[in-house]
Design a binder for this molecule. Structure first.
Ligand code: ADP
Ligand code: ZN
Length: 212
């Protein structure tokens, strides 16, 4: 799944992964976990993430190769937030090809910039269980607290307005060129208009891709 921050890749990827019974790997989640655990990877990644910059390609590629080598990936997987640069896509494709694999489909989540900023600014994450809410679109039934575990809801460090603008800039510079790269590669490339309610977007997604 490709697309700018706030396009809804995480939400819809989780739903699709559950429907299909395959794992979803989000490099952002894996990196944030490493930061929380204060691992060497986490310490290196944090300095980029807090500014909204990309973590270096070799670091992210190493991490993705590790998760894709795990037994849980053997029946298929969804990637969220990776690849994000042409170099990452080339690295991924070479690695998959060496193992006789390729991506079945690339979905591009598209949404207008004002909507992206609004969504990211409204995003809240439960410190207890990691559940994601949105104060505009999908608020917690428990108000300021998590409706699932009662945990406190926080704004992600890199969801602060200035960092979001930088992430969008990085997206345009580094990730947007990938759209062209995939549009001309042999992988099936599909575009999803990621506007409307979560259910509307999810239904749109299912018309483009379903469990394979
Ligand atoms: P979003 O999609 O909302 O921007 P993510 O959770 O996917 O957020 O990513 C958060 C941060 O993690 C990025 O801003 C970047 O610093 C880092 N990151 C995640 N995936 C990658 C990647 N594939 N390559 C480089 N950096 C990444
Ligand atoms: Zn919670």
């Amino acid at each position: 799944m490709l697309g700018p921050p706030g396009a809804g890749k995480g939400t819809h990827g989780d739903r699709l992964a559950e429907r299909c019974g395959i794992p979803k790997y989000a490099t952002g989640d894996i990196l944030r976990e490493a930061v929380r655990n204060d691992t060497p990877l986490g310490r290196e990644a944090k300095q980029y993430m807090d500014k909204g910059e990309l973590v270096p390609d070799d670091v992210v590629l190493g991490l993705v190769r590790d998760v894709l080598s795990s037994p849980s990936a053997k029946d298929g997987f969804i990637l969220d937030g990776f690849p994000r640069t042409v170099a990452q896509a080339e690295g991924l494709h070479a690695w998959l090809a060496d193992r006789g694999m390729s991506l079945d489909v690339v979905i591009y989540f598209d949404a207008p910039e004002e909507e992206l900023i609004r969504r990211v600014a409204g995003r809240r994450v439960c410190v207890g269980c990691g559940m994601i809410y949105n104060v505009h679109l999908d608020p917690s039934a428990a108000g300021e607290l998590c409706e699932r575990c009662g945990g406190r809801l926080e704004t992600r460090e890199d969801d602060k307005a200035e960092t979001v603008r930088n992430r969008l800039r990085v997206y345009r510079d580094s990730t947007e060129p990938l759209l062209q790269w995939y549009a001309t590669s042999s992988t099936s490339f599909r575009e999803l208009k990621a506007v409307g309610s979560v259910d509307e977007v999810y239904n749109g997604l299912l018309t483009l891709v379903d469990c394979l």
